[in-house]
Write a protein that binds this ligand. Structure first.
Ligand code: ACO
Length: 278
């Protein structure tokens, strides 16, 4: 597995991003990540996900919004299918070579998948809002990457497919929980086990898209949502996202307590700021 080319705390260097098929632009409070392997329909490799994790670990503190999009007219064709060949991709660890030659046991493979999942998990961090801007196909890992984001804004040509079961696999890049949270277990079973396409209009009906817009309006729609998100108080936004994230796992009484505690923190901070300004 390729190591980060910079020391700890440094964002990925241009060559690491390029080998991972990613572009990163940070402008003030907004980071824009583009999956950029157009010749492979933006298919992603293990390096894409370890580099995504590296981006998350080294994001400047004042970044509040992360937008993920695909280069051109497709979000992502999912995992690079060469990852399932013994040769793998461009010197990267193959997902099957260790099994075939007996050099990797279950713990090794689980550990490797855990590293890859890190590229998806950080998008839930309460201090950022992550947005997937989706054009065209988001297949398999691409669908799971969109599911890892807080908000999905789709162009009318967007389509989601959970292809893994059709290939003999399970979706293992942290997508099953948000999918079930959003559409319920019955619809999730139907979508995954048929591996069918969910087009943008249906995605909106199912709650898999917060917004669906004509293709030419996608960038503008994303910019509008970013501007609205940036207009809120950053600390209140972080505390509110943390509160919302725990709601489903809490009883009403637990959630009411969590709200009270979070509000005490907010009021304390606001009062201190008023005192400091007086
Ligand atoms: N991995 C590696 N290469 C890919 C992938 C992929 N996932 N998807 C497309 N490519 C390559 C093709 O092999 C082709 O390469 P070539 O020009 O050397 O022949 C090139 O990208 C263009 O692909 P086309 O199929 O010609 O593009 P088209 O626009 O007709 O179709 C589509 C796009 C629908 C995305 C199709 O390529 C496809 O179904 N890809 C495979 C999707 C898939 O099964 N992904 C894995 C899901 S499971 C998971 O992600 C864990």
């Amino acid at each position: 597995m390729a190591q980060a080319s910079n020391g700890p705390g440094e964002p990925p260097a241009a060559d690491e991003l390029s080998r991972a098929g990613l572009r990163l632009e940070v402008d003030g409070h907004t980071a824009r990540i583009t999956i950029s392997r157009p010749e492979r329909r933006n298919a992603m490799t293990g390096r894409t996900w370890t580099t995504l994790a590296h981006i998350g670990q080294t994001l400047p503190e004042d970044v509040r919004i992360v937008v993920i999009a695909g280069e051109g007219d497709i979000f992502s064709a999912g995992i690079d299918l060469a990852m399932f060949t013994p040769e793998g991709v461009d010197g990267e660890r193959s997902l099957v070579a260790g099994v075939l030659d007996g050099s990797a046991d279950a713990d090794d493979i689980e550990g490797h998948i855990a590293e890859l999942q890190e590229g998806f998990l950080w998008l839930r961090r309460p201090d950022i809002v992550s947005i997937a801007a989706v054009r065209g196909h988001a297949i398999g890992a691409g669908f799971q990457l969109a599911l890892s984001c807080d908000i999905r804004i789709l162009a009318e040509d967007a389509k989601f497919t959970m292809k893994e079961p059709a290939l003999g696999l399970v979706p293992d890049l942290t997508g099953t929980k948000p999918l079930v949270d959003i559409v319920g277990v019955h619809r999730a079973v139907e979508i995954c086990l048929t591996a069918r396409r969910v087009e943008a209009a249906e995605a909106r009906e199912l709650g898999l898209a917060e917004l669906v817009v004509p293709v030419e309006e996608l960038d503008g729609a994303v910019d509008d949502v970013v501007a609205a998100l940036l207009a809120t108080n950053p600390e209140a936004a972080t505390a509110t996202k943390a509160l919302l994230q725990q709601a489903a796992g809490n009883t009403l009484q637990e959630q009411a307590l969590a709200e009270r505690r979070a509000q005490v923190d907010r009021l304390t901070s606001l009062a201190k700021a008023m005192g400091a300004g007086a």
